[in-house]
Design a binder for this molecule. Structure first.
Ligand SMILES: Nc1ncnc2c1ncn2[C@@H]1O[C@H](COP(=O)(O)OP(=O)(O)OP(=O)(O)O)[C@@H](O)[C@H]1O
Ligand SMILES: O=P(O)(O)OC[C@H]1O[C@H](OP(=O)(O)OP(=O)(O)O)[C@H](O)[C@@H]1O
Ligand SMILES: [Mg+2]
Length: 281
């Protein structure tokens, strides 16, 4: 099975890291190499531009692809979205100069909008029955309103810094995006694709969980159990050469601080907190 992965840009590294956590570490990949093997002999990685990945999947060159929802929408392919991988979060927004007249999409009738996302932008205006000229640029879109190339832009924002330094204000949100795992509808149910989906889901499920281990005297076990919120009951084991018990439990990251205090009060000692690589439910 081939997976199409962003070859550079901000999505490359987090994608490679995610593959590794999912048990698909890349082997003999090298800078500028366009494909690589993984530790799983059945899985190869193709490195492609984030914008081209939907097309690679639609064409069958790759079974699945990892890229932003914005890229999939812009490509006009109609892929199945299997998992929201929860990184690369950003918004596509309509923005215009802060001190200009334009503050509503309707005011862009017969005006010009510059964007790297012409298809999404056209659909956005068509849906509202607004007739607008769209000009396509390939970067630095934020510049265009200041050189009279465009009255407004549709562009990506996350922190808002780029819009702010270019004195542009958001008029409307066009799309919320994040990185997703995409497949062709015909192959979305294939075993290997399903296994990959499960592997990614297990990584995401582990992200906000922590594994707690502790020693508990047997007479304190009930008190300790009482304060454990746990995903299912704790695992309780004998400790060799001691009357103490070892208690292991998975808890929500947000609860760790409070739970540790409660556990100590209930008599737990030697409490260890670790991250979890994957959690297969
Ligand atoms: N500022 C941002 N914050 C979060 N995600 C972003 C941001 N900018 C882009 N993205 C996401 O990353 C994807 C790829 O953007 P990136 O800038 O890494 O690649 P690119 O500009 O297409 O790269 P290149 O043109 O160099 O190949 C976007 O389609 C979007 O999903
Ligand atoms: O809201 P912000 O955090 O400022 O992010 C928004 C900027 O990030 C992206 O550009 P990128 O950094 O990817 O540069 P590029 O134009 O070279 O793709 C996007 O095109 C915006 O310009
Ligand atoms: Mg970019």
């Amino acid at each position: 099975m081939r997976i199409a992965v962003p070859n550079k840009g901000r999505l490359h590294e987090p994608t490679v890291k995610l593959l590794e956590r999912a048990g698909l570490r890349i082997e003999n990949g090298a800078d500028r190499k366009l494909y690589a093997e993984t530790v799983d002999p059945d899985v190869t990685v193709l490195f492609a531009r984030a914008a081209d990945i939907p097309e690679y999947v639609a064409d069958g060159a790759a079974a699945v692809g990892i890229t932003g929802l914005d890229q999939e929408r812009e490509s006009g392919t109609d892929l199945d979205e299997l998992v929201d991988l929860e990184f690369g979060q950003c918004r596509l927004v309509l923005a215009a100069p802060e001190d200009g007249e334009i503050s509503e999409p309707e005011q862009l009738e017969d005006k010009t909008v510059a964007t790297e996302f012409p298809r999404i932008t056209r659909e956005y205006f068509e849906e509202q029955g607004i007739d607008t000229d769209i000009i396509e640029v390939t970067g630095a879109t934020e510049l265009t309103p200041h050189v009279e190339m465009a009255d407004a832009i549709v562009d990506i924002t996350s922190t808002g810094t780029t819009l702010a330094v270019n004195r542009l204000a958001i008029i409307d949100e066009v799309l919320q995006s994040s990185v997703r795992l995409f497949a062709r509808p015909e192959t979305a149910d294939d075993d290997k694709v399903q296994q990959l989906t499960t592997a990614f889901e297990s990584v995401l499920a582990a992200d906000d969980k922590r594994y707690l281990m502790m020693n508990v005297a047997s007479e304190d076990l009930e008190a300790v159990k009482d304060v454990i919120p746990g995903l299912g009951g704790p695992t309780v084991m004998d400790v060799a050469g001691s009357d103490d018990l070892a208690v292991h439990v998975v808890v929500d990251e947000r609860e760790v601080f409070e739970v540790i205090n409660d556990l100590k009060a209930a008599g737990a000692t030697g409490i260890l907190v670790t991250e979890i690589e994957r959690l297969v439910e």
